[in-house]
Design a protein around this ligand. Structure first.
Ligand code: TRP
Length: 334
């Protein structure tokens, strides 16, 4: 139940009384910045996760299909770069279809370690995979894959392979992507390989259509943030007066997603008053696009050596295999 009474009572809470890191605190902080923004992590409640699943099946949304086709076609070549007896560590394990291509191809994997913030999701996924791959130890880790986390003890002596599909790396600012890659290298260790899916810079029309589908699913996904704030924070966004606005920013080589106000208006969110000019937007997400070279350059700068890279026939998407030649950190002795 989402009690309106509770939500309403929040109107009287002063912004500085909001619990640090909560949806309310982060929403108010983002909406009172110039330009306004909201952290993309709040996209993924259960409605948002369902909408995202639907995005990946849209005719205009090419990344999922392209990546899957590369993984299927190149599974043997990719698997050949994964040492035998390795542990496969997936950063943010949302995509079991993609994972299966590697679990099937890399026959002698010893362990699979999905790392995801949602423990519930992880347990369900691990239970399914356990049935299908009885010889691979399923060792889920509930953690934010962007932070430092320790691998399970059981994989301490195994060679490691990382997996980071979905061009999720593109949802980080490039300097954050470098920090992420360095951190992943430290966790996976020297000599580890990393299979990374990265969307490529291409014809703007193709990019723009992918984030402006005709069925309006991406728009609904974006606006779900407003729906959530209304329901969970007692906000009073008039949904009809905000529009999904997504476009390729050529100079910054990224798709930007915004929610644009169609009129001048004032909205209340968790005790804060937020005013909008006509056309003013809330910036909700970026999806950076790379060239093969720009991604490899970023990877090299933080200790990863490119081993190989494949694209689909249209060169829309790339799957990289990198090897960590930088320095690893070891788990402290207990
Ligand atoms: N990383 C993918 C991309 O940027 C998937 C994704 C993340 C996405 N957030 C999104 C897709 C928001 C559409 C809208 O394309």
């Amino acid at each position: 139940m989402r009690p309106t009474a509770l939500a309403r009572s929040r109107f009287s809470i002063e912004p500085d009384q909001l619990e640090a890191g909560s949806f309310a605190a982060e929403a108010v902080a983002g909406l009172t910045k110039i330009p306004k923004r909201l952290p993309p992590k709040f996209f993924y409640d259960s409605t948002g996760s369902d909408l995202f699943e639907r995005i990946t099946a849209l005719p205009e949304y090419y990344p999922t299909r392209c990546e899957l086709s590369i993984l299927r076609e190149r599974a043997d070549e990719i698997a050949a770069l994964i040492p035998s007896g390795a542990a496969l560590i997936e950063f943010g394990s949302g995509s079991s279809m993609k994972t299966r291509t590697l679990l099937d191809a890399a026959r002698d994997l010893a362990a699979y370690v999905p790392v995801d913030i949602s423990a519930e999701f992880l347990d369900a996924q691990a239970a399914n995979l356990r049935q299908e791959y009885p010889s691979i130890a399923m060792l889920p880790v509930a953690a934010d894959f962007g932070t430092a986390f320790y691998l399970p003890e059981a994989v301490a002596d195994m060679p490691r392979a990382g997996f980071f599909p979905g061009s999720t790396i593109g949802n980080l600012e490039p300097p954050e992507a470098a920090v992420f890659l360095r951190q992943a290298g430290k966790i996976l260790g020297t000599g580890a390989v990393f299979v990374v899916g990265v969307d490529l810079i291409k014809d703007e029309k193709v990019l723009n259509k992918a984030y402006n589908d005709s069925a309006g699913v991406t728009a609904a996904f974006n606006r779900n943030l407003l729906v959530r704030m209304n329901r969970e924070l007692g906000a009073d966004f008039d949904l009809a007066s905000f529009e999904h606005h997504a476009f390729f920013n050529r100079e910054l080589h990224r798709i930007e997603m915004h929610l644009a106000s169609l009129k001048r208006q004032r909205v209340q969110v968790a005790g804060a008053h937020v005013t909008f000019r006509v056309g003013e937007t809330i910036h909700t997400e970026n999806s950076y696009k790379y060239t093969i070279e720009s991604l490899q350059c970023l990877a090299r700068s933080v200790g990863w050596t490119p081993l190989n890279v494949w694209t689909d026939s249209k060169k829309y998407f790339s799957v990289h295999v990198l090897k960590f030649t930088g320095e690893a950190v070891r788990r402290p002795q207990q």
